[in-house]
Design a binder for this molecule. Sequence first.
Ligand code: HEC
Length: 179
Amino acid sequence: MKAALLWLVCALTMGASVGSGPIVAARQASMKEMAAAAKTIAGMFDRRQAYDAAAFKAAADTLRARTGPALIAEFPSGSLGPPSQARLEIDQSRAEFEALANHIGTLADALAAKAESAPAVITDDMRMGTGLAMGGGSLLGKRSIPEEADPTKLPAEHILHLILQDCSTCHSKFRQKVQ
Ligand code: HEC
């Protein structure tokens, strides 16, 4: 009985050590909410899910609220490394990490602004195809929209794809799976 209690106390103390605890739990929950939001929007554009302007707006707002400075604030120095999946490299490459967080933040702002005035049905100008096909050029020839094109000028679906690219870019560099 006494041994069991001691073990419990030890386990609790270890659980509160660097790299775990409320900061990590909060940011992992935040990331999961972003994943759910991105999945909702993607599902509506892919017709796997019924389109609903209010749900689109709510999901876009979630992405906006959890990127940019809010995302940066979720990764303070002492919270990195195992058992969290945040790599210690975040500290060595702060500028790059923050640039990514702000880049996705700018995209999320643009998407949320579009969602704000989203119509009751998905219109063609919200989809990726139309903007690319304009101008009479071939689809392939027009695909190379410059990376730094003003996101507010892009169709909503295209902005979503750029957002998803930023998720993967950051994960491949700054996240590691911990067993
Ligand atoms: C600037 C970097 C960065 C960006 C951008 C980013 N993530 Fe993450 N994400 C991380 C890091 C680092 C972790 C590991 C966090 C931890 O375990 O403490 C993570 C973890 C996650 C997790 C796992 C959460 C868990 O329960 O362990 C999910 C899901 C996730 N991210 C989804 C997303 C989605 C979806 C996007 C884009 C909309 C995104 N992330 C954008 C850095 C980023």
